[in-house]
Structure formats: structure tokens, C-alpha cells
Design a protein around this ligand. Structure first.
Ligand code: HOZ
Length: 428
């Protein structure tokens, strides 16, 4: 398989864009080599600029829950484009989206639309600080909540991929309000709260970590977070940008039965278009302008194009869909694990509905420290061997794989056959 067109495009991009990309992970620095430029997608498949076809497990990093070019989404976008892309004024579709969210997410009574996950988490933090009149926030090591200043501490995703513990440009005065604790470690969180609990505005967490690879919460972890924050008068924020609508119709909070005070969303609710949202208890959300005094605004917020795309996608997610998604994810995880065992490859797979990760290690992976013990170099070799044979996983050992409703038997069998072939001589 040659990728000359991709290489030429990357050379061209390098001249006009930092690192040749508009977001770091896709630059392939985590796995070596140069990125693939894709020309189009259909269902579970992507086609690159050279005409090579791949089964896609990136899914635009999560939104493509029914695969690429899902007809209801395409139809909704086409229809809305003809009716106007946006008005900078209220429209019917944004109410329907707000209702679709508040009906499904136990912790969301009111919601504000924004344009990215970063914007959602940044706004949720501001609101939490205003609602509690406190400054400190706690986040977990390896969790990623976008790139707002307050959240770039021990962050996952691109920072982990590039080996950056944090970023220059964040004032020390801002960073000092962000405390970090290990994911799945209740004792460490208690210790922070024993010390400064009364100063903590909020604990923010990916209830299922997805930006250091997929790590489900240990039994009791989310329950403890709920209790510790409530006892201290702090808010609990679930960052469900990745898990919202993916792991359950009501997100991770629906799956685990925990109600956070605030929730951030993105990805699926835009059907593949740029979007974000933050929501929560009505009394907290009513602090947001113009109902309240916490300022937050956006020219493109709630634009009908993204709302219509998101509504078409969300409207397709019925019980049968989730049943199939759970089964497909489980089948992939079990078959890949069995294949690794057959070929003597140490591999841990963490999987929940619609997302999974493969860690080259023989130890359980429950935290950022565990993730760092896994063999990222081997992941890079695995990634390239799959890519060369037509399977596209995340170009980083620290990201999740995303499964969609379009991953049918053909896509899954193709993937499993290739994975088995690759494991056979991964270390030779
Ligand atoms: N934040 C994305 C995954 N968690 C990565 C986006 C990219 O760099 O392409």
C-alpha cells in the first residue's frame, strides 16, 4: 500500500500549519511516520487520498456513532443547509436538542450549547467557581478536559502523546488552583479534601477515562466522588464529551447511576459537526447569563446545522442500537485478547460499550501510572502493521478505539483477521 498523496499533502501542510496538523495527536508523533490524509468515509470505512481503504476505529474521535455519512445525518445537514446555516438568533432545533439531552441525562435539567468540548469544560469550571465562591479544582492524572488553562495539568490525550506534563503559557497563578489526584484512587482524593476540601469548587472527571486509553471507573470510585464532593459543598463535574450517548443513552451517569452537579458534552451531539454543551441542575445553570451573572456567549452556539446533525444521530440511538454496540465491542475485545494469547503477546484490553483500548502489558490498567507501564513502542509497531493492511486505530497508545453501529460483521471480521496476522509476527 503506498501513501504518496498523503505524504505530499503533509509536506505541503507543514509549510502553512504548525506541525502540519490542526490538532496534535493526528500528526502521528506518538507512533512515528507521517499522517494519513483521508478523502472520504462511508460507514465503518475510510478512504485515503491514494484510494486505500481502512476500517476506522477513530470515528472522528467519537462522534461517528453510526459510522461515516450516516444517511439521516446527511439528509438533515443537507436540508438545513438549504434553509440557512445559522442566524445568530434562537432556532427550533436547539430546543429539541436541549430536550433530547435533559430527557436522557439524569444530572442535566438545563443545558447551554457551545462549540467544542474545551469550551464546555472551561465554562463549567467558571460556573462551578461562581456557584461555590471557591477557586480550586481537582482533576485526575491522565484525564483530559480540553485545552483551557485551568485544565492543562497532568493531562491526557495530546499532552500525554507528546510527553508534555503541562503547557507553557499557563500563568502560575492559574495553575496553582488546579490540584491533581490519581484516577481510581479514592484515598488520594480524600487526602486532598482533608486538607483543602472547603476551598474546592469542583472535582472534574471523565467518568470513564478515555484520553489515556480507556479506563473504566473502579467499583465505588464514582460513588465516593459523589459523596466526598457533596460533603464538602463542592460540585462534581462529569466530562462526558466522549462518553455522552456512547456508553449509554444517558451517558456514564446513566450507566453507573451517579448524578453529577454539572456535565459537559460534545462529539455525538453534533453528529460530526463542531459542538459542545454544558448542563446540570437548574439552580446552578440559572446562574448562566442572561438568566444569571456568570458570563458565557458564542456567535455559533446552538447553530441549526450542528443541532440538526446531532438530533438526527441521537434520534437513531434506540435500545436495539445499544444492544448491538455492546455486543460488537465485547466481541472485538474478546477476539483480540484471544488472538494475543494465542500468539503469546501480553495484552490488556479495557472495554465498555462503544469504546475500548489495547495496552501492551500483562498488568491491570486502572490509572495513569499503569498506562505508563504499558509498552507504547510496541503499540506503534502494531499500529503501523495494521495501517499497512487496512485498519486504522488511533495514532497514539493513549487514546481509545471507537466502535460504531456501522461496524458490521464484514468490518469486524476483516479487522480480526488482520489483527491475528499482525500478532503472529509482532516481535519478530
Ligand atoms: N483530543 C483528541 C482525542 N482525544 C485528539 C484530536 C487530534 O489531535 O486529532
Amino acid at each position: 500500500m503506498h501513501r504518496k498523496a498523503s505524504k505530499d499533502l503533509f509536506d505541503r501542510a507543514l509549510k502553512s500549519t504548525p506541525g502540519g496538523v490542526n490538532s496534535p495527536v493526528r500528526a502521528f508523533r506518538g507512533v512515528g511516520g507521517t499522517p494519513v490524509f483521508f478523502a472520504h468515509g462511508d460507514g465503518a470505512w475510510l478512504t485515503d487520498e491514494d484510494g486505500n481503504r481502512y476500517v476506522d476505529f477513530v470515528g472522528s474521535w467519537g462522534p461517528m456513532l453510526q459510522g461515516h455519512a450516516f444517511p439521516p445525518v446527511v439528509d438533515a445537514v443537507r436540508e438545513q443547509a438549504m434553509a440557512g446555516l445559522g442566524f445568530g438568533a434562537p432556532n427550533r432545533a436547539e430546543i429539541a436538542m436541549a430536550e433530547a439531552i435533559t430527557e436522557r441525562f439524569p444530572g442535566i435539567e438545563k443545558v447551554r450549547m457551545v462549540n467544542s468540548g474545551t469550551e464546555a469544560t472551561m465554562s463549567a469550571i467558571r460556573l462551578a467557581r461562581a456557584a461555590t465562591s471557591r477557586d480550586k479544582i481537582v482533576k485526575f492524572q491522565g484525564c483530559y478536559h480540553g485545552h483551557a488553562d485551568a485544565l492543562l495539568a497532568a493531562a491526557g490525550s495530546g499532552l500525554l502523546t507528546l510527553g508534555l506534563p503541562d503547557s507553557p503559557g499557563v500563568p502560575a497563578d492559574t495553575a496553582k488552583h488546579t490540584l491533581t489526584a490519581p484516577f481510581n484512587d479514592v484515598d488520594a482524593l480524600r487526602e486532598i479534601f482533608d486538607g483543602v476540601g472547603r476551598d474546592v469548587a469542583a472535582v472534574i472527571v471523565e467518568p470513564i477515562a478515555g484520553n489515556m486509553g480507556c479506563i473504566p471507573p473502579a467499583p465505588g470510585f464514582l460513588e465516593a466522588l459523589r459523596q466526598i464532593t457533596a460533603d464538602a459543598g463542592s460540585l462534581l463535574i462529569f466530562d462526558e464529551v466522549m462518553t455522552g450517548f456512547r456508553v449509554h443513552r444517558g451517558g456514564a451517569q446513566g450507566a453507573y447511576g451517579i448524578e453529577p452537579d454539572l456535565t459537559t458534552l460534545g462529539k455525538v451531539i453534533g453528529g460530526g459537526l463542531p459542538v459542545g454543551a454544558f448542563g446540570g441542575k437548574a439552580e446552578i445553570m440559572d446562574r448562566v447569563a442572561p438568566a444569571g451573572d456568570v458570563y458565557q456567549a458564542g456567535t455559533l452556539s446552538g447553530n441549526p446545522l450542528a443541532m440538526r446533525a446531532g438530533l438526527a444521530l441521537v434520534g437513531s440511538l434506540d435500545d436495539a442500537f445499544y444492544g448491538t454496540l455492546v455486543a460488537t465491542t465485547r466481541h472485538l475485545a474478546e477476539a483480540i485478547k484471544a488472538s494475543a494469547e494465542r500468539h503469546g503477546v501480553p495484552l490488556v484490553i479495557n472495554a465498555v460499550c462503544g469504546m475500548f483500548s489495547m495496552f501492551f502489558t500483562d498488568q491491570d490498567v486502572r490509572s495513569f501510572t499503569d498506562v505508563q507501564r504499558a509498552d507504547a513502542q510496541k503499540y506503534g509497531r502494531f499500529f503501523h502493521a495494521l495501517l499497512a493492511r487496512g485498519v486504522y486505530f488511533a495514532p497514539s497508545a493513549f487514546e481509545a478505539a471507537f466502535v460504531s453501529g456501522a461496524h458490521d460483521a464484514n468490518a469486524v471480521d476483516h479487522t480480526l483477521a488482520i489483527v491475528d496476522e499482525v500478532f503472529q509476527d509482532l516481535d519478530s
